[in-house]
Design a protein around this ligand. Structure first.
Ligand SMILES: C[S@@+](CC[C@H](N)C(=O)[O-])C[C@H]1O[C@@H](n2cnc3c(N)ncnc32)[C@H](O)[C@@H]1O
Length: 252
């Protein structure tokens, strides 16, 4: 368990975790040399940059995101990181909506990855997105989608899930789940025509406590009343990220 009590420690914990997640996804995907990976809902590139460190140097990434609502400004941050790391020739940013990806041709993608995207879509939006993924993926291609589990394993994880449900700024339409359950996603993937669905669990192990727990929830636009009501608990024990579950599947 990594206990972060300062913003710097939290930042370091996130970096380590994203790095492990990128390694885990790449290990379980048949990533041939030279393929282009489409990362949907890439945001500021928390996963994009470590993915670049783990994929073959002849592979490229298309980083796709809407960059709107609470995530406005993400494109500029991502561009900055790409430039800082010297990945300009291998990462291309594309702005668009996963529910209607007119920017991407039918059967043109080999590998599609996302992390924490489904939590920002409602059920109808997720169904639309999965249909789009099916349309743009080639036959015999692969996907991996990471999400935090909506089932808390202890009271600190429960607090984080409850806090998230009190966010004042969300994507539209506002999703009514913290994230979809594994069974729900597996069912939707199968109904959309994907096969070989496997769910793997990945321990996050990040606990945030003390004043930084409060600052973090404020940055996430959590209702100040919720934060005030849980101030003592946040300062003493903080909140903890739930386990991450990752859905792997393929398009037959
Ligand atoms: C919780 S963030 C995760 C960002 C990044 N994947 C990570 O793990 O750090 C969710 C991302 O999904 C993007 N997103 C949400 N709805 C989207 C949509 N309909 N189309 C494209 N991107 C979307 C948001 O803009 C945001 O960058």
């Amino acid at each position: 368990m990594i206990i972060a009590e300062t913003l710097k420690a939290l930042d370091t914990a996130f970096k380590r975790w994203y790095n492990k997640l990128a390694a885990f996804m790449v290990k379980h995907l048949p990533l041939r040399e030279g393929v282009t990976v489409l990362e949907v809902g890439c945001g500021r590139g928390g996963l994009t940059i470590p993915l670049m460190e783990h994929i073959h140097e002849r592979c490229q990434i298309i980083a796709f995101d809407l960059f709107s609502g609470p995530y406005k400004g993400g494109r500029e941050k991502l561009q900055e990181s790409i430039t800082d790391e010297g990945y300009q020739d291998r990462v291309r940013i594309l702005q668009g909506d996963v529910r209607k990806m007119q920017e991407i041709e039918d059967a043109s993608i080999d590998v599609l990855i996302s992390n924490d995207l489904f939590c920002d879509l409602d059920r109808a939006g997720l169904k639309e997105a999965l249909l789009e993924f099916h349309r743009i993926l080639k036959q015999g291609s692969f996907m991996a989608h990471g999400e935090f589990s909506p089932y808390p394993q202890n009271k600190h994880q429960k607090l984080m899930i409850e806090a998230d449900m009190h966010s004042l700024v969300t994507m539209e339409p506002r999703p009514n789940w913290f994230s979809p359950s594994a069974d729900e996603v597996a069912g939707l993937l199968c109904n959309t025509g994907f096969c070989d669905v496997v769910v793997k669990y990945f321990k996050t192990g990040i606990q945030v406590k003390g004043p930084v727990a409060i600052t973090t929830l404020q940055r996430w636009n959590i209702d100040p009343q919720f934060i005030a009501n849980h101030k003592e608990q946040l300062l003493k024990n903080g909140f903890e990220f739930p386990m991450e579950h990752i859905f792997f599947c393929s398009k037959p």
